[in-house]
Design a protein around this ligand. Structure first.
Ligand code: G6P
Length: 407
């Protein structure tokens, strides 16, 4: 592969290629040999790339986290040679991204504030670049992008730099992409090529990278005890195994998908760091099955969306066994009382009773801080199977593109 710089013109012929600047001056650009294997882009035993990519998540996470597989601790240098200095001078974090990558940022906000104790804001890149915000040079600007080519994210990054925010970090799946070339620090996820338009393995590997970032920020700023670091690392190392158990739930999720694929609308609920997972579940369903879906933090139900709930509005709830479970249960009760049909993704040991109109699926274990990585997987499978029932083009949904390089 030969990467073009801004303004380059390439002429391709049967015999080769020639690159010039816009004024015709010939230039040389380095040739990069790709180590991609044919397997990485072939469907193999799967029906669609999306299904393949959902099932590749244990491997993708294993590859992304290989860097911490040994016995050592978290090293900030995972993010670049200057990371210790930049992280040590960071007082706040600003995350910029679009689409599914934005949802990864929303999850990370909970982690960064709770563990690294740094104030964190997350903005949709296309909004940030057009508003007058208050720049702060002590802010670490984190851009998240699977492709590294999303025009709005790249422009938002350049806009932030233009405001004097030079501490920048990219979390990206493509090492030589435009976004990676623009930042001071970088972490390249190793999800492998993602071909389905709806992002799956890129999202979970972004979350793994953001968990590492949280721990690195906490460590450099003296907010991570040795014991806490060791516990987090053990959980991260075990993550591929935990994810492999969740994808095994596919047959049961497929049965659920049959039941609501004929609905016009669906409501997704979550609380805390699982609210962004509800948002991601709703986005997946919209993208590939064209069912109108909305996500709400469950506590907001009573402030409007409850008016929509009836037997034709399936309500899908992310219900991990955490400190918000009791609150969530009373929110679910509100849905049930209005005749709504509930589909609940709970953890092992969650005492949510199954009853008429309340369907429960238990994930194998509760996974603490990393629980959102597990809980998104059933939602990916649910939208995949709902789309199959509807017969939509799963890998290439109408009107959407994998990489949005225009505004
Ligand atoms: C498009 C894709 C989404 C993706 C978004 C951001 O809309 O269809 O799946 O989440 O772009 O892409 P990025 O490559 O920046 O993560």
């Amino acid at each position: 592969m030969v990467y073009l710089e801004d303004g380059d013109v390439a002429e391709l012929t049967l015999d080769g290629y020639r690159i010039t600047l816009a004024d015709g001056t010939p230039v040389e650009r380095p040739v990069n040999i790709s180590s991609l294997s044919a397997d990485a882009v072939e469907l193999g035993k799967y029906r669609h790339y999306m299904q393949k990519e959902i099932f590749e998540q244990p491997q993708a996470l294993g590859n992304t986290l290989e860097i911490i597989a040994g016995g050592g601790g978290i090293s900030p240098q995972l993010f670049g040679a200057d990371a210790v200095g930049l992280f040590g001078a960071t007082r706040r974090v600003l995350i910029l991204a679009c689409g599914t990558s934005y949802h990864a940022g929303l999850v990370a906000r909970y982690w960064i504030e709770a563990v690294a104790k740094l104030q964190c804001t997350v903005e949709i890149a296309s909004e940030y670049r057009y508003r007058e915000s208050v720049p702060d040079p002590d802010t670490l600007v984190v851009v998240i992008s699977q492709s590294g080519e999303t025009a709005d994210t790249l422009a938002a990054l350049k806009f932030a730099k233009g405001l004097g925010m030079t501490k920048t970090l990219a979390i990206c799946n493509v090492p030589e992409s435009a976004i990676v070339r623009e930042t001071a620090l970088r972490f390249v996820t190793r999800a492998g090529p993602e071909i389905g338009v709806a992002s799956t393995k890129a999202f979970t590997t972004q979350l793994a990278a953001l968990a590492l970032l949280t721990l690195a920020l906490a460590k450099v700023n003296g907010r991570l005890s040795e014991q806490a670091e060791a516990e987090h690392l053990t959980q991260l190392r075990h993550l591929p195994v935990a994810v492999a158990k969740v994808v095994e739930l596919e047959p049961e999720i497929e049965r659920w998908a049959q039941r609501f694929a004929n609905k016009q609308h669906a409501l997704f609920l979550g609380r805390g760091m699982h609210y962004p997972i509800a948002l991601e579940g709703a986005l997946k369903l919209k993208e590939i099955s064209y069912i109108h879906a909305e996500a709400y933090p469950a506590g907001e139900l009573k402030h409007g969306p409850l008016a929509l709930v009836d037997k034709d509005m399936p309500v899908i709830s992310v219900a991990p066994n955490d400190s918000l479970l009791e609150k969530l249960k009373s929110n679910l009760q509100e849905v049930k009382a209005r005749g709504g049909e509930l589909y609940v993704f709970a953890d092992a040991g969650s005492e949510i009773p199954e009853s008429e109109g309340v369907h429960i699926l238990h994930l194998p274990e509760h996974y603490g801080m990393l629980s959102p990585i597990l809980h998104v997987i059933p939602l990916q499978l649910l939208s995949y199977h709902a789309a199959l029932v509807k017969g939509t083009d799963v890998d290439k949904p109408r009107n959407l593109a994998k990489s949005v390089t225009v505004e």
